[in-house]
Design a protein around this ligand. Structure first.
Ligand code: MOS
Length: 744
């Protein structure tokens, strides 16, 4: 029996105690000596020029150190490409305080630095800037005919595959048809933690940036290129994050401003954005989707067409995969997918949890529901009849796909067979309308190059590290589990460190790839360390492991022992002590096995069953039950994985019923840029959420068989709720969120 099999167990967060006791430090909590404070001044206009900065007026205030604006920013990197980061889309990145041009409302136009936060804030409130306003355009509706196909996208973006079959003719001739437009408003990331950077200035001119980011190496490369710093002189740290959701994939302007000020003033500087300013650096784009589906008499899809148009900024072409999924989730031989951008005077959109797929699955899955009704089919039965056995976009089989089991197990858990198809046909005892709906989706299972190092000390404690990120997802915990299991140690004997450019390089924490990428690197590294430990064990006097190869032994219960005879073992701690070494170290990295993976399509899938109750008189919708069945390979930790999916489900409820950033086009400004008016669910909105994992065996995706669950759980949640609302009320809402006015 092994006490050291940790992978798959619902291990509690190893970082939990640090978080609840306050020992965990967030970016704005590093109280370095001599700290000064920067306060950002944001543009009130959406487009135009700054004609004057009355810096002298606030520089006279006691405690004010400097006012940074385009007028006095020192010479920095000259070229746009220096401002590019790992996840930058095509175009010319925003360069804060670069010139007098205003490109979007709330653009940072100045930074006031003072000895105290209070003085900085007060001085910023007094700073007068004069502007010459230009006419702006922020309404996507005006750009319907100006969409263009992006040439080059950011990492992971794929242009839609070319059409297959004869999608127009097939649609025209299909016995059952639907066509409709779906509208998705802009959404902003609203993690609890504000974006913040504490830039520590060291006496030797080096900088340590404690920055809220999902990628410390990405920020380091950005800063070194812009400020001409050597890597050794610019360390970036992020040990804890109060939520990221993609907002921290790109370096945000607070890190630029904090480091700029620190280098200029030769002082440590902290810049924390306000909640309002959190609405000024990227968002899930406002997206219009048009879908046309046709179905044959036997309930198979005859044609599928999906076109999307979304906003981008004037200076970058932000891309995400909105429509591609529609070519692979269901079997259909006649498919046409289109994808266009339109330029507006807004900041560049930004990856937000399941970028593209979250939006696309709303369009596709509501359309599938409409199609099922038009064809007289139960929405689950309709999906089962159109199950994709292979990825028709790539013409490849899936490395694994247990979506069918998700459909069956999820339906059983939910009790779907008790559903009656007709809208308005189900009510509860109190007379409220009941609606049941389905949604779902597909997400990439990818692996990125990652490195790690491991070190075990004479007391038997293992420390493993990699510059990965933890934005609350469970990275610390799953990496600890992988390391502990690989070397047969208890969880308590392992420390995992992350989020620091002094550690081996890891990719930005996004795309649901961290478990697969960094997890594999951690596994490889611990195996390399195990090999060293075996060699040392074999040098021990009377070692029972003499002559054994690595594959002949296992690391279990703090021992190295023969697989064939568990009694032939040595205790790891004894190995270290006998060796006389104070510690043994190893490092390694991991890359995807391209050759093995090339023939396959690798994806995670899910299906969501939702119940709503609608009060007809008030138009209120309550999401009373949701079952989310997820097939995402091997689940490393049932507890943190479930929490990930629960969080997604809460967000799906939010997207369906509450969440939207409202732009006043007269000002070109997001008006509800605060927690009071940007609605997200509270405890009272959340009822019975149930997560079900269908495990998949998959040794093609990566040696751990994991696909990642950060994003897949969000897919189809909002659509399932919208479909449930239709089932309850007979009203088809195609413009989310479904607020009361749309139902009355
Ligand atoms: Mo996620 S949007 O890739 O942080």
């Amino acid at each position: 029996m092994s006490t050291t099999n940790h992978i798959g167990k619902p291990t509690s967060r190893v970082d939990g105690p640090a978080k609840v006791t306050g020992a965990a430090r967030y970016s704005a909590e590093y109280n370095v000596p001599g700290l000064t404070y920067g306060w950002v001044v944001s543009s009130p206009i959406a487009k135009g020029k700054i004609t004057r900065v009355h810096a002298d007026e606030v520089l006279a205030l006691p405690g004010v150190l400097q006012v940074f604006s385009h007028e006095n920013v020192p010479s920095l990197a000259w070229f746009d490409r220096s401002y590019k980061d790992d996840v930058a889309p095509g175009g010319s990145p925003f360069r804060p305080l670069h010139d007098n041009e205003v490109k979007f409302s709330q653009q940072p136009v100045a930074l006031v630095v003072a000895e105290s936060l209070e003085v900085a804030r007060y001085a910023a409130s007094l700073l007068r800037l004069e502007y010459e306003e230009d006419k702006h355009e922020t309404d996507l509706e005006t750009k319907r005919d100006e969409g263009f196909e992006p040439g080059r996208g950011k990492t992971g973006w794929m242009p839609p595959p070319p059409p297959r079959g004869n999608p127009d003719k097939a649609w025209e001739e299909a016995p059952h048809r639907m066509e409709a437009e779906y509208v998705h408003g802009a959404q902003h990331h609203n993690p609890m933690e504000l974006f913040a950077t504490t830039a520590e200035y060291h006496a030797d001119g080096k900088i340590t940036a404690y920055d809220k980011t999902q990628g410390v190496y990405n920020v380091q490369q950005y800063l070194t290129k812009i400020f001409g710093l050597k890597k050794d002189d610019c360390r970036v740290v992020n040990e804890y994050m109060g939520g990221g959701f993609g907002a921290g994939l790109r370096p945000q302007y607070q890190v630029f401003l904090a480091v700029l000020a620190a280098l200029e003033l030769k002082r440590s500087v902290r810049v924390t954005l306000t909640r309002q300013q959190m609405f000024s650096f990227g968002h899930r784009p406002h997206t219009l989707q048009y879908l046309k589906l046709g179905t044959n008499a036997d309930g198979t899809l005859a044609a599928l067409q999906h076109h999307a148009l979304h906003e981008t900024s004037q200076f970058e072409d932000y891309t995400e995969n909105v429509v591609n999924w529609s070519g692979m989730l269901y079997q259909c031989d006649n498919v046409k997918l289109g994808y266009q951008l339109a330029k507006l005077d807004v900041y560049t959109p930004l990856d937000m949890r399941a970028p593209g797929a979250a939006t696309g699955s709303i369009g596709l899955e509501i359309a599938m529901d409409e199609m099922a009704y038009a064809a007289g089919l139960d929405p689950l039965e309709f999906r089962l009849r159109n199950y994709a056995e292979q990825d028709q976009n790539l013409k490849k089989p899936f490395s694994s796909k247990k979506l069918r089991d998700c459909y069956h197990q999820g339906a059983a858990r939910f009790g779907w067979e008790k559903r009656t198809q007709a809208p308005r046909s189900m009510r509860d005892d109190a007379g409220k309308l009941i609606g049941w709906g389905i949604g779902g989706g597909v997400w990439d299972a990818t692996q990125q190059k990652s490195a790690a190092k491991a070190s075990i000390t004479a007391d038997g404690h293992l420390t493993v590290s990699s510059a990965a990120g933890e934005n609350g997802t469970g990275t610390y915990t799953i990496m600890t589990q992988i390391a502990a299991e690989t070397l047969g140690l208890p969880i308590e004997a392992v420390t995992f460190k992350l989020g620091d450019t002094d550690l081996p390089e890891a990719p930005v924490q996004g795309g649901s790839w961290t478990a697969a990428s960094v997890g594999t690197a951690v596994k490889n590294t611990c195996e390399a360390l195990g090999e060293k430990l075996l060699k040392l064990a074999q040098k021990m006097e009377g070692s029972p492991l003499k002559g054994a190869k690595l594959e002949d032994v296992e690391f279990v219960n703090g021992q190295i022992r023969l697989r064939t005879d568990a009694s032939q073992a040595v205790v790891l701690r004894d190995v270290l002590q006998a060796s006389g070494e104070t510690k043994v170290e190893a490092d390694s990295s991991a890359m995807p096995d391209m050759l093995k993976q090339q023939p396959y399509s690798m994806h995670s899938h899910n299906v969501v069953f939702a119940e709503v109750k609608v009060d007809e008189e008030l138009g209120t919708v309550h999401v009373t039950r949701v079952v989310n069945a997820v097939a995402a390979g091997h689940i490393l930790n049932l507890k943190t994985a479930r929490s990930q999916v629960l969080g997604s489900m809460v967000w799906g409820i939010s997207a369906a019923l509450m969440e939207e950033t409202v732009m006043d086009h007269k000002f070109g400004r997001y008006m509800n840029h605060n927690y009071a008016e940007y609605h997200v669910p509270v405890n009272a909105d959340i009822h019975d959420l149930d997560v079900l994992f269908v495990e998949e065996e998959d040794d093609i995706v990566n040696p751990l068989g994991v696909k990642g669950i950060g994003e897949v759980g969000l897919l189809g949640v909002a659509a399932a709720i919208a479909n449930a609302v239709y089932h309850a009320t007979g009203k088809r809402v195609r413009d989310l969120p479904i607020m009361i006015d749309k139902l009355l």
